[in-house]
Design a protein around this ligand. Sequence first.
Ligand code: FAD
Length: 193
Amino acid sequence: MAYTQMIYISRSTFAPAAATSGIEPNVAKILTKSRINNRKNGLVGVLYYGNGHFFQCIEGEESAIDKLYETLLQDERHTDLKMLSRRTINHPSFADWSMKYVSLEDEMNQLLKANGYSSFDPYQFDQAMTHKVLDLLFSSNDTIFSPKPTVIQSPGAEAVVSKAEQWLRWAQASVIISVFALGLALAAWLNTL
Ligand code: FAD
């Protein structure tokens, strides 16, 4: 099966707020929604946000990518969308991620410096630099939610889940014992006939 890979850049329109839990709140909102939607729509990808710029690589079926692109064009949280590349690929690059998010302050700054750039402005990157940024994003681990954050649980949810599991196991054991006892009773009754 063939997939479409789309890489684009854009500028955020919001004034960046202080990061909570290592991520700017507007970006966190985008990321949370993207992860839910992308999982539903069979899309995978990576998002980077730095210096008021987005850099996203997204992959999936062509129709899903087209639909997302239309949505992205309407989204007022960013502007100046510039498609860097769109191509057909044989295998998705992020099999496990509905939307990987990497915040790589140090690594990105090192890469920028090594290539003569003073800040993260992907509109200024040449092709070689774009590839280097992509390589970095592809090879980095998700830095916010790890691993595969599709279910966001409230504190204490784990305890609730494990209690529910205990009840489920108890119910399963009860059913098995009841069936076994019924079988024995039936066999005993048949013996009396
Ligand atoms: P809705 O339920 O319609 O919206 C969810 C919430 O998002 C709203 O309550 C609102 O708070 C906020 N919101 C939605 N649209 C806007 C808007 N135009 N302006 C301000 N707030 C808004 N979506 C994906 O599904 N997958 C992606 O990979 C993805 N990547 C994105 C990358 C960037 C850089 C940006 C800016 C957005 C991205 N989005 C992505 C979001 C996308 O543009 C749509 O907002 C989203 O897909 C709408 O989904 P929905 O109809 O289910 O949400």
